[in-house]
Design a protein around this ligand. Structure first.
Ligand SMILES: Nc1ncnc2c1ncn2[C@@H]1O[C@H](COP(=O)(O)OP(=O)(O)OP(=O)(O)O)[C@@H](O)[C@H]1O
Length: 578
């Protein structure tokens, strides 16, 4: 076993080890089943042999008692074996899945930008089950055929140790051949697995983007893309299967060389030393039985390789970079909400230009500050850093005078309620989407719904706040989804609210209602608003105008208009559009 495979086996073993008693009892049950297999013919032959048949050696009632008893023992062993096997397997799968989802929940933000959702689903949901099923089946087969094969080897040594020792010379050749075949199987299984992930993500794309697919009349286009990807999976599956199917004939071929070598040696021994033909026949019979067991064992190489390839992928997810939390201080109470950024620099991995280029600005506690600027100017990157999803390459961010790096991520994020550009809703009820991961409070729920101008709408829903919103809120309109996200942020009751293009999908009446609701909190919350529609932020206490990761100008609406700079130009341009 290579070092990599040994490490995979060791890591997988960690998930089975806590349930080792289940695994051990499974082995006992299967041994009991195998051990009683030969009893039936023995008993029948005993019943009908001369002594038992003719001389009333046992009372007749013993026949059903012994036979039924034997079947009860075998039935119980069979049930116990299967049940315990699945008990151990399902427990191990549960732990493995939990470990994977724990990793998924702690990944570094950059990993999410690279990972497709279908890949994560496959690795967390499907793969652990498949790995433990494959390895479990292999384990049971090893137990069954491996033990028998070992028994035959012992018998062969007993019958003729010199010959058996000679037969062992083929072992290194066999090992070499199997190693080569395994390499090929591994290569093809890896490609087959990777192509399967591509296929899963294609299906994910088709489902998620179903509107675009229909709208572009792209059903044929998508079918062709899917078929091409599915063909790729088939191609590699077939190649892996071909490599797997070669294992048995090739290993048998090598074994046949050993077999002929031994028969020649035995015949030579018989002819020169006069060894009995009977002994020789017994030896060859045992050897043939060993070969038949080895044939079964060589069939295990393919599922084992597949399990190892899949497990490798799972462990890659488990080992992917995690979010580093260097903060040690817990903010016990709500922050005051004063934020200062000092000479902050950020360049995303692989980007040629910095997203933030020596940015210094402040968001004052209890005030409304707007961030404006062209697309790509770096507004969302500020939020990215404020929430601790990334770290500045240079400079500092202070919350109430303290570097946010010293705060634990959890206590930092507790200070913020965010409505981002991309609204994410859970496939759950309105209420559970609003009180997400927080204790439910009906009065607070109603207040949040009213403030988000959603109360009247929710009253019209068949089950009110308990109505399910569909996958990512698909049963709601764009504006309703946005208002639900606003209600969720308001419900969180954090000291700092961030609204990133949060009202862009709202009609004027809803937007005005939300703004009025927010105004009621004025002085008590730090509000950061990112908006492209400048009319929505004219009342902000301060407006920061950004360009190419830098602060271009700052001031109130009136001050910036008077300055006749970038902001004034933007206002004029939008007035022209209107
Ligand atoms: N994860 C990322 N990896 C690489 N580059 C990124 C990443 N996220 C953003 N960028 C780049 O950083 C720059 C700033 O992006 P950012 O999202 O902060 O702009 P923005 O001002 O919020 O734009 P918009 O108004 O369009 O939302 C852009 O050039 C963008 O391409």
């Amino acid at each position: 076993m290579s070092a990599a495979n040994a490490s995979i086996a060791r890591r997988l073993g960690q998930y089975v080890y806590p349930y080792r008693w289940g695994a051990l009892l499974t082995i006992v049950a299967y041994l009991c089943l195998a051990g009683t297999e030969w009893l039936l013919p023995q008993l029948i032959s005993y019943a009908f042999d001369d002594k038992g048949f003719t001389q009333d050696a046992y009372p007749l009632w013993m026949v059903p008692v012994v036979l039924i008893g034997l079947y009860i023992v075998r039935g119980a062993s069979s049930f116990a074996g299967q049940y315990l096997f699945h008990w151990t397997q399902t427990r191990s799968v549960l732990d493995f899945r939990t470990a994977l989802v724990n990793s998924l929940l702690r990944l570094d933000a950059q990993v999410y930008t690279r990972m497709q959702p279908g890949t994560a689903v496959t690795k967390v949901v499907n793969d652990p089950q498949q790995i433990l099923q494959l390895t479990g089946d292999v384990g049971i087969a090893l137990l069954r055929d491996g033990l028998a094969a070992m028994g035959f080897v012992v018998l062969l040594f007993y019958l003729n140790w010199q010959l058996t020792l000679m037969a062992l010379v083929i072992t290194p050749v066999m090992a070499l051949v199997m190693k080569k075949l395994n390499q090929r199987m591994r290569q093809m299984s890896t490609r087959s697995y990777d192509s399967q992930l591509v296929l899963v993500n294609k299906v994910d794309d088709i489902t998620r983007a179903w509107r675009a697919v229909r709208q572009f009349g792209a059903a044929d286009f998508e079918r062709q893309r899917f078929t091409a990807a599915a063909l790729e999976v088939r191609r590699y599956n077939l190649k892996a299967a071909a490599a797997g199917a070669l294992a048995q004939p090739v290993s048998q071929l090598v074994a046949s060389v050993g077999l002929s070598l031994i028969i020649c040696m035995a015949l030579w021994q018989a002819r020169t030393e006069g060894t009995g033909v009977q002994d020789f026949a017994k030896y060859v019979a045992a050897l043939l039985l060993l070969l038949s067991k080895l044939r079964h064992l060589s069939d295990l190489a393919s599922p084992l390789t597949r399990a190892s390839v899949i497990a490798k992928g799972c462990f890659e997810l488990m080992d992917a970079p995690k979010e580093v939390d260097t903060g040690t201080r817990e903010l016990s109470d709500a922050a005051h909400g004063d934020i200062v950024m000092q000479d902050v620099r950020l360049t995303y991995p692989g980007a040629s230009q910095p997203a933030l280029d020596g940015l210094s600005l402040a968001f004052r506690a209890g005030k409304t500050t707007a961030l404006v600027g062209a697309s790509g100017a770096g507004k969302s990157s500020i939020i990215h850093l404020l929430l601790g999803f990334g770290r500045p390459d240079g400079g500092r961010i202070l919350l109430d005078g303290e570097d946010i790096e010293t705060l634990t991520r959890l206590s930092l994020r507790r200070q913020f309620a965010v409505v981002s550009q991309d609204i994410v809703l859970f496939d759950d009820s309105v209420a559970n989407n609003i009180a997400y991961a927080q204790p439910r409070d009906e009065a607070k729920l109603e207040a949040a719904l009213r403030a988000a101008h959603l109360w009247d709408f929710v009253q019209t829903l068949p089950e009110g706040v308990e109505t399910a919103v569909g996958a990512n809120g698909s049963k709601l309109s764009g504006g309703q989804r946005q208002r639900l996200a606003i209600a969720r942020a308001l419900y969180k009751d954090a000291p700092i609210w961030i609204f990133d293009e949060a009202t862009s999908a709202l009609d004027t009446e809803s937007e005005r209602a939300v703004q009025q609701a927010l105004a009621a909190w004025s002085g008590r919350k730090t509000l950061i608003v990112i908006a492209h529609r400048l009319s929505t932020i004219r009342d902000a206490d301060a407006i920061h105008v950004m360009g190419a990761g830098k602060l271009i100008e700052t001031g109130t609406h009136a001050e910036l208009l008077a300055r006749e700079g970038a902001y004034a130009a933007m206002v004029r341009a939008q007035a022209g559009e209107a």
